[in-house]
Design a protein around this ligand. Structure first.
Ligand code: NDP
Length: 496
């Protein structure tokens, strides 16, 4: 069905993809598999040729040699999906397309973009009479080919054109497509960013569980593969738990050792976790679990400092020695494994509660009408954090209900209450044994902070007033107060 390069300038493709590296080529093939006629263009023509040679018979493609030819081959409203390198290349491609397109046409940026950039780009493109849609796409290359989770922003009008197409190509979860119109301008990329932040948290929590059981209880990688496989049958069922079991079972071909033991313990990152935390800081929303997960990767990558710490032999307990009595008693051992499972579950609920709070806060700030239940639903398939438990989050936000925090929803409230004894034991034992569990611990601290009737913030505010005259409120009287903290004759002044 592949067609010759579109030298006739006859419009025939209902959608086009610009950028045919891993993601773009997969997305173009996915679109073609669903009956779309797909115009394809890449800066260096070799990629277009490779796509046509290797997959041209999978559907209707219209390869273009030039961007002009590409645009001319699209039917109206012309719809072009950009999948090029994030940053300046994306800006350059948006500009080049906008110069060739006409009012009413739609430019979709399906690459990774910081939502503020998407807001800026949308504004500029809207001023030219075109639609600009920033669309978060999760699931990597395989997801792009077989069905990603898609988070489009942009106008309602552009969604009328894109909706039917995106619903075809998105992942399906329980019969529903994993795509919804998230909100205007940067809303889609914002939600994708928070998705990635939650992913950081989830991965760190799984790794903390692994570390405690491996170093603390001395369990083998194979035993742990069984533990994670068993956890995957219950409340924790998710893609990340499933692949963890698979990774832990995998043996290195060269050495025969568990694969995880030959991988350098340095976790990389591309920036979306950092964006999630930076944005949360500026919104004033605590996303402590995500923050600790980002910092944990940062610490892992401080190779020089870690080597120096080893040289200096920073003292601390030996995890296996501290937890030896538990490891030696089969009943205590099984109970501890269950405690870790519960701690993981409770901490994971906190990670989602914090992530959804960040989305809610940003929505209020930017005037986005985001359906949080729909967000939970579209994360059930195609993306990295896909998990059974997202159904429960969708229920918590069903019908536009806003529980304030997921932790207030009756299901999650009961789940955390049921898990909290285990959670506390795990955090305490990890501290005693010297195993770092920053996300378990910070999530528990967040939970306790949230439920505390009085916080020591009272003392902080008093300190602020003492050294900086920053004023305070009183519990027994409305108004703003300042105390004159001179040693003699301290006096309180009501300022308003
Ligand atoms: P890359 O991010 O590696 O980008 C390569 C593509 O960008 C090639 O088609 C390349 O063209 C094109 N390109 C680079 N610079 C320019 C330029 N100045 N002008 C025009 N085209 C340019 O490709 P991926 O497929 O990995 O990712 C595409 C987008 O999707 C990125 O924004 C990425 O962040 C995002 N993304 C990636 C995921 C992944 O798992 N890889 C997951 C989700 C999103 P050429 O062949 O001529 O060099």
């Amino acid at each position: 069905m592949a067609q010759e390069s579109n030298h006739t300038n006859e419009p025939q493709a209902n959608i086009g993809v610009v950028g045919l590296a891993a993601m773009g080529a997969s997305l173009a093939r996915n679109l073609a598999h669903h009956g779309n006629t797909v115009a394809v263009f890449n800066r260096s023509h070799a990629r277009t040729e490779t796509l046509m040679r290797e997959h041209g018979d999978e559907g209707a493609f219209v390869p273009a040699d030039t961007l002009e030819e590409f645009v001319a081959s699209l039917t109206r409203p012309r719809t072009a999906i950009i999948m090029v390198k994030a940053g300046a290349p994306t800006d350059a491609m948006i500009d080049a397309l906008a110069d060739l397109m006409e009012p009413g046409d739609i430019i979709v940026d399906a690459g990774n973009a910081y939502y503020e950039d998407t807001i800026r780009r949308e504004k500029a493109i809207r001023a030219r009479g075109l639609h600009f849609v920033g669309c978060g796409v999760s699931g990597g290359e395989e997801g792009a080919l077989k069905g990603p989770s898609m988070m489009p922003g942009g106008t309602e009008e552009s969604w009328k054109t894109l909706g039917p197409i995106f619903r075809q190509i998105a992942a399906q979860a329980e019969g529903e497509p994993c795509v919804t119109h998230i909100g205007t301008d940067g809303a889609g990329h914002f939600v994708k960013m928070v998705h990635n932040g939650i992913e950081y948290s989830d991965m760190q929590l799984i790794s903390e569980s692994y570390d405690l059981l491996r170093r603390g209880l001395g369990m083998s990688a194979d035993e742990l593969a069984d533990v994670f496989a068993a956890w995957n049958e219950g409340d924790l069922n998710s893609y990340l738990i499933e692949i963890t079991a698979d990774i832990l079972r995998h043996k290195d071909a060269k050495t025969g050792k568990p694969f995880v033991d030959v991988v350098v313990d340095r976790a990389g990152m591309k920036g979306t976790g950092t964006w999630t935390v930076q944005t949360a800081l500026s919104l004033g929303v605590p996303v402590t679990g995500i923050g600790e997960a980002v910092f944990a990767r940062g610490l892992s990558s401080q190779a020089g400092l870690r080597a120096e710490a080893r040289d200096k032999a920073l003292a601390g307990p030996e995890p296996a020695a501290v937890l030896a009595p538990i490891a030696a008693d089969p009943q205590a051992r099984a109970a501890f494994v269950e405690d870790v499972r519960q701690a993981l579950y409770a901490s994971k609920i906190v990670a989602y509660a914090q992530g959804f709070n960040e989305i809610e806060q940003a929505a209020a700030e930017h005037g986005w009408d985001i359906d949080l239940g729909a967000v939970a639903k579209i994360w059930r398939g195609g993306c990295i954090i896909r998990a059974r438990f997202l159904n429960r989050i969708a229920d918590a936000y069903a019908g536009g209900t806003k529980p304030g925090s997921l932790l207030f929803d009756p299901f999650f409230k009961a789940a955390v209450e049921g898990a909290q004894d285990s959670w506390r034991r795990v955090v305490a034992r990890a501290a005693q044994a010297g195993v770092p569990v920053p996300v378990f611990a910070s999530s528990l601290a967040y939970y306790d902070g949230l439920r505390s009737r009085r916080l020591p913030a009272a003392l902080i505010q008093a300190q602020r007033d003492y050294f900086g005259a920053h004023t305070y409120g009183r519990v027994d009287e409305p108004g703003v107060f300042h105390t004159l903290w001179a040693e003699e004759g301290r006096e309180e002044i009501k300022q308003s």
